[in-house]
Design a protein around this ligand. Sequence first.
Ligand SMILES: [Zn+2]
Length: 509
Amino acid sequence: MNEVTIARGRWLVTGGGPDDPTFTNAAVAMADGRVREIGDWAEIRARYPGAPTVGSDNQAIMPGLIDGHHHSHGVSGLQQGIEDQLLEPWILSLRRARPTDPYLDTLISAARLLRTGVTAVVDVHSGSGPAEGYDSAMGRALSAYAEAGIRVAFAAGVRDQSYLVAGGDDAFLAGLPADVRPFAEQELPVPGAMTQDEYFAIIDRHWQTYRDHARIDVWFGPPGPQWVSDGFWQRIAEQAEVYDTGIQTHVAESVYEKLHGPRDYGKPTMLHLRDLGVLSPRFSIAHGVWLTEAEIAVLAETGTAISHNPSSNLRLRAGIAPLNALLESGATVALGMDGTTLDDEEDMFAEMRLALRLNRTPRLGTPAPSPARILEMATAGGARLLRKDTELGRLAPGYAADLVLIDLERVTWPWVAPEADPRDLLLLRAKAGDVDTVLIGGEIVLKGGRPTRFDVAEVGRSLADKLAKSPYPAEAAARVAALSPHVEAYYSAWEMPEPAPFVAYNSRR
Ligand SMILES: [Zn+2]
């Protein structure tokens, strides 16, 4: 018999689903990286005497959280001096970020995720430029994940159109004043930029490298429909089928992305993707703030999953996604942080609370998610998005031993009523800083709030040194400054139909 280890807690929350019970004074017996047994602490202790134990009666155990949509970074856009603004000009402004090191970046990001109890993440990575640089950045990011020990679906993508604006680089260029046009031309692909064939070869190499890795999956991450031609979409979908791997993209994040569908495809974007034949349960989208009812129905019909990312949507003036309609549709709904959270510091507990509070709507008799339903999104929902719902997303015998130990000192101080629901207390009161220990596949990867496999302080110093030596990207900043008003003018000219929102949060009359 392989060695058993035990996690004990005053509370044991096994998940957010209706069949996931919560226990008190309980323990999880683990072996071979999986949950073997869940039960009373004293009984488990007696059954496995001498088994190494983590946790205490002042900690709670819950399943590892799943971040359904993320972009790893070591320092945020704000730390790079890039202010939040509406999505389209914000994306342009990211081009003036200083280049960073994908390996160090990813380690810092993994440390931030582990510290808030995230044990699996979908990391969408968009690169550009020549194939060699793309290949090396992807390789370095993946090796950081292998070192950190967190589970990842690494969704790597590249665009092959709409380098300046959605649906009309030529018209946009033609309309620019002569003195601005050279700035725009520098944003177009240069000779030697990665071809589709080179992209597929790079993905194949990394997919082969990690195909048997227990915690790393290589996915496709085409950034969004406006940036990817129909033929490229179909090649990606075919290859994902061959690998039996996932695809994640951004859809209907901003209102301009909503308008783009009818303008360029003659129909809403999700209907276009359905008609291309690329949607399936291996396909997931981030955001969907501006999905129509027909598009939400397409999610449910095709098994396409969606990650709800409420912080990011507020920061980038994207809006508030119709979460209640998404949940009612039966589609798989996960929760993600998008590398852009309200406090600019990854905290899945804060993200869960924001998702909950934003969608308890201001009218009696309308649907409103419960804390448990939100926890379900951040656990089993994420697991379904990953197509790993038989092994991740809840604590039950046979499931992976991915669990989080939360210090209850602050959460319960000075007192909580015995009848208060532990699951609600954790979701509504815990913060990233309360996470003490994280186990993935039964291995302790965070202890005392610090990653066990690498020295995060040292990584932070190395990253800071590199960035401090990196000169201000003056030319890129000049391009962004020159182009930004024209990008805003381009989208501002799009006809905006009168909105018919799912929920009214206030009223003019
Ligand atoms: Zn994103």
